[in-house]
Design a binder for this molecule. Structure first.
Ligand code: HSE
Length: 378
């Protein structure tokens, strides 16, 4: 197998290094805007060189972003070349189109590294969905935010300093807002829900609140009550819709997620026969992510000829029935919030059980008045 490698950043370099040790899969050409004089592979700035090369049968897209990744991947599939990508934004946004193109042109599309970095999550979700009814999936799906929350839980560190460290370690997205505001996790949740439930959720329907506003004082309040804060994605299959959302959650010491350190992810599904299964590993970083890219290449080389699912049904997101209490810290004085307040936590409140839909709508009002407001599910 000879590949065209699109992108030579953190993950691209990792893929290149791992493949340099193999004889069965080699890098033919690297597409990169920078000068990469030290490489033994050919380099180009023109995707047409890769498309036109009959020796390149598979393209690895690790550039990130929607454009030109979508155009490049589409061109590769139309030319009958297999595609392996780690790009969750691309897979979330263009899941159906790309899968359709792959089918039409007899190519294979895989993207295991797009969710959970080095964890074999999507491949196992695919295996579970083919024999079992998956009801629920949830967990920690972002290495950067877990790294930040873990550091803030362990010592009195500055949010910006820890984020900078996560960027230096190659965990964060080019725009770290994708991590800390939860968009990266939302995309991973939508891809996972697609594989698990055979549904297509729309990005604009899945509410997201990240950890940008969490403060040292919030963490002290949680610790005083034996709780740990983690950014969690959840999706549950309902009869004709899906409850799906991303928000910080307060966990007791008995929750597996509470103990997840550094850049690790822990993602679980619950199904009828298998019960609950959890997958733990490094969710971000050069070699863990590159490892799953190379696993996909090895799968294709050994004859895997499909994507994870081709059962796509549009499904509405419905968070009206997902009820729990919330920790709320805001300077906004809203009558709806006062009506829900049940406990005072030294300057913050804990609400009565309220739906995710209602709380995320209330949150928008809070943020208009106090942009530093913070909420976490309990
Ligand atoms: N920025 C992502 C994360 C990279 O921190 O999890 C892996 O998808």
């Amino acid at each position: 197998m000879k590949i065209g490698l699109l992108g030579f950043g953190v993950v691209g370099r990792g893929v290149y290094d791992i493949l340099a040790q193999r004889k069965d899969i080699s890098v033919g050409t690297v597409l990169c805007r920078r000068d990469l004089g030290e490489l033994t592979a050919r380099t180009t700035r023109d995707m047409a060189d890769i498309i036109a090369d009959p020796e390149i049968d598979t393209v690895v897209e690790v550039m990130g972003g929607l454009h030109p990744a979508f155009e490049y991947v589409s061109a590769a599939l139309k030319a009958g070349k297999n595609v392996v990508t780690s790009n969750k934004h691309l897979l979330c946004h263009y899941y159906q189109e790309l899968n359709q193109l792959a089918k039409e042109h007899g190519a294979v599309l895989r993207g295991t590294a797009a969710v959970g970095g080095g964890i074999p999550w999507l491949v196992n979700l695919e295996r579970a969905a083919r024999v079992d009814q998956i009801h629920k999936l949830s967990g920690i799906m972002n290495g950067t935010t877990n790294y930040i929350m873990d550091a803030m839980n362990k010592s009195d560190v500055d949010f910006a300093d820890v984020l900078k460290k996560a960027q230096e370690l190659g965990y964060a997205e080019a725009d770290p807002s994708a991590d800390i505001d939860g968009w990266d996790i939302q995309r991973k949740l939508i891809i996972s829900a697609g594989v698990a439930f055979g549904v297509c959720l729309q990005e604009e329907d899945v509410p997201v609140f990240g950890i940008r506003n969490v403060s040292a004082a919030d963490i002290r309040r949680f610790q005083a009550r034996g709780l740990t804060c983690k950014l969690i994605a959840s999706a549950e299959k309902l009869s004709d819709s899906v409850a799906a959302y991303v928000e910080p959650k307060l966990l007791g010491a008995d929750a597996l997620e509470a103990a997840v350190p550094a850049n690790f992810n822990l993602i679980s599904f619950e199904s009828e026969y298998a019960g609950k299964q959890s997958f733990f590993g490094q969710g971000a970083g050069r070699y863990p992510t590159a490892y799953n890219v190379v696993q996909d290449l090895a799968d294709i080389a050994s004859g895997v000829d499909r994507f994870y699912t081709d059962k796509f049904q549009s499904a509405a997101t419905n968070n009206a029935g997902a009820l729990h209490k919330y920790y709320v810290r805001t300077k906004a004085e809203l009558p709806e919030l006062e009506a829900l307040a049940a406990e005072d936590w030294d300057g913050a409140v804990v609400t009565l059980p309220v739906s995710v839909a209602q709380m995320h709508s209330l949150l928008q009002k809070m943020l208009e008045v106090d942009p530093q407001s913070f909420i976490a599910g309990l």
